[in-house]
Ligand binder design. Structure first.
Ligand code: HEM
Length: 62
């Protein structure tokens, strides 16, 4: 439940989802991303979902 729910749900939800889409699309125009982790991504649930060991990736300019 990344944005909570009910009466106190996040008011920035739509903005945050739009912003994240635009950021990823902008990065993806110039960079190719390749996963370099040995295993699948391990996640750690908390107030927000975090990756356990960062995000090991190669960035290659398109
Ligand atoms: C990825 C981005 C974001 C995440 C994961 C997130 C997550 C959350 C969560 C979990 C809550 C608590 C909901 C609850 O108590 O049930 C919350 C509340 C809130 N968020 Fe966000 N949020 C994000 C972005 C934003 C943005 C961009 C804004 C404003 C522009 C914003 C404004 C607020 C406000 C004002 C509340 C309090 C709502 C209330 O208590 O009535 N958030 N958010």
């Amino acid at each position: 439940m990344p944005f909570g729910g009910g009466r106190r749900a996040c008011v920035g939800r739509d903005f945050a989802l739009l912003e994240a889409t635009l950021v990823l699309a902008t990065i993806g125009q110039d960079w190719e991303v390749e996963w370099k982790g040995e295993d699948e991504l391990a996640v750690e649930p908390g107030l927000t979902l975090q990756s356990q060991d960062g995000l090991p990736m190669w960035l290659k300019r398109r």
